[in-house]
Design a protein. Sequence first.
Lengths: 102, 375
Amino acid sequence: MCLAIPAKIVEMDPQNAHLAVVDVVGVRRKVDLGLLQDEPPSRGDWVLVHVGFAMSKISEAEALDQMRTLCLLGETEAALQEVRGYGLENEELDQPGQGRKQ
Amino acid sequence: MKFVDEFRAPELIAKAGEEIRRLADANRHYRIMEVCGGHTHAIYRFGLKDLLPANVELIHGPGCPVCVLPMGRIDDGLSLAAEPNFIFAAFGDMMRVPGTHGSPLEYKARGMDFRIVYSPADALKLARSNPQKHVMFFAIGFETTAPSTALTLMRAKAEGLCNFSVFCNHVTIIPAIRAILDSPDMRLDGFVGPGHVSTVIGCRPYAWISGDEGKPVVVSGFEPLDILQSIVMLLRQLRRGEAHVENQYKRVVPWEGNRAALRAMGEVFELRPYFEWRGLGFISQSALKIRASYAQWDAEQRFTVPGVRVTDPKAAQCGEVLKGVLKPAQCKLFGRECTPEQPVGALMVSSEGSCAAYYNYEHRKPVTIASAAAI
């Protein structure tokens, strides 16, 4: 659980300024941006997510690096399972046909 | 999308291995502790110690939150869940951790309302959607996770959501490192510092380890090459007789950490005078409790908690393994009474626990980095 998941912000929540929809290999869930209030990210930015909260802003290259780390460690499926679990049930946010085991 | 199906840069990995052999003084034995359970997992998964000379030994540290949680805390948490209309929410890691009368999963089979959540924010969501019930989030984790719990409590307070509480078991990594350095049966030469804990606390909190204790610290990433490079950086310092804090994981860890996360922790938590760690005993100021200003959302202040203390099963040698005095396979129960399917001790439960990592990878011997680097 100490491995952070790289995610791309695809949509800010218009109702809640501290929430955003992120995409992790096609799985889309809401995460909390409250821990990044000193340098608020915006749509299109990449973040590292841990237990449903964005912990740091990273570059796209760093995000791909981190995804590769998860792959190497055999943790991709666990990471996707974690992201799918965010928000309890939110499958309607998923991109059709994506987010399945690679 | 396919990210990788090979190790990154095997030629660099082979080079790092050579550099380690060159830097390591043949007349010296090096004991390097990787603090983080994620590193332990990676080291076993890739068989990294096959790339190290015999005199560079990796000692597995206390950085697996599930593993260091004493059984009494699990019993305490589960005792509250016996109340009617109570939902016990926790990360999936907790599901199979044994308490005296069974794991949360076994309690669930006996009728407890146990829900796995992937985020403390979802425990709060459960409370919103179950107003007639009380939702308690059983919080575990180091500084990587504690800010998320803190922010969740701030949101609960702001909303005035009263049917939610946190049973707080958050611990801090620095006092555990201090306890290990103070332990008379430990002699360590340096530390591979935790990666994601450091995204929150930054690199400064390790300064005393190099400054006062004269041991180098290198904050490290999780790929095989990251870990090997960190070992190279440690050995370089040791060879020069220096001790500094270095950051190998600059691509993710800022030197100053995440100030907003630290502020959230400061708003909600204060240090406990002491806290019990499995295997390490009581360590002063090593854990977080919820401040009085959040008492209403603190399960320990709100409910009566028995305060159970349970000594670990006598035959299991979790403490010695956790301190690095014994290797996992040297424990009397390893692989026989205690397996990942039927864990006796917590080190066998979490994939980041050194016993489970050793069991899963050392026994089966998958393709290791050493064989990939040799190609």
